[in-house]
Design a protein around this ligand. Structure first.
Ligand code: ZN
Ligand code: ZN
Length: 146
């Protein structure tokens, strides 16, 4: 019964008790970190951070898994950043009309010739002198043929 005795004495030894108490401390730190991480993650995603922090504190990994399932899909910072990116692209597209197609320099909507590379951009109406697109056959301002 020597093997059994030494096996049994291991569980009452100071080493075993030390391991157990270390594990307990680790578990508590892990638990608190998990709650803190959930709180911060929910905060960044624009969710109910305080609520989810408490849920994980109360239910530990079970609360954490529920949070992972129902959490908002992306960081609110990312969403805002992408929105700004889209707006910047839209602004670029609307500005594309105001750029010379030959030299890409900025031009005015009413320009008939590009002042930088002298490319003909538009024609002027012979009767009202509005700037017209080159492929227009009638002036939309005064109805005269061009
Ligand atoms: Zn030009
Ligand atoms: Zn005209």
């Amino acid at each position: 019964m020597d093997a059994f005795d030494s096996f049994f004495s291991f569980f009452t030894s100071p080493t075993f008790r030390f391991v157990i108490s270390t594990l307990k401390v680790f578990l508590v730190i892990f638990w608190l970190s998990l709650a803190f991480w959930t709180y911060r993650d929910a905060n960044r995603r624009g969710g109910m951070s305080g609520y989810w922090g408490i849920v994980v504190l109360l239910f530990f990994v079970f609360g954490f898994f529920i949070y992972l399932i129902v959490r908002p899909p992306e960081y609110s910072d990312d969403a805002r950043e992408r929105e700004l990116e889209i707006k910047a692209k839209e602004a670029m597209i609307s500005q594309a009309d105001l750029v010379c197609p030959a030299c890409m320099k900025q031009i005015d909507k009413e320009f008939i010739v590009c002042p930088y590379c002298l490319k003909k951009l538009k024609k002027s109406c012979p009767s009202c002198e509005h700037a017209l697109k080159l492929n227009w056959t009638i002036c939309p301002y005064c109805q005269s043929n061009t």
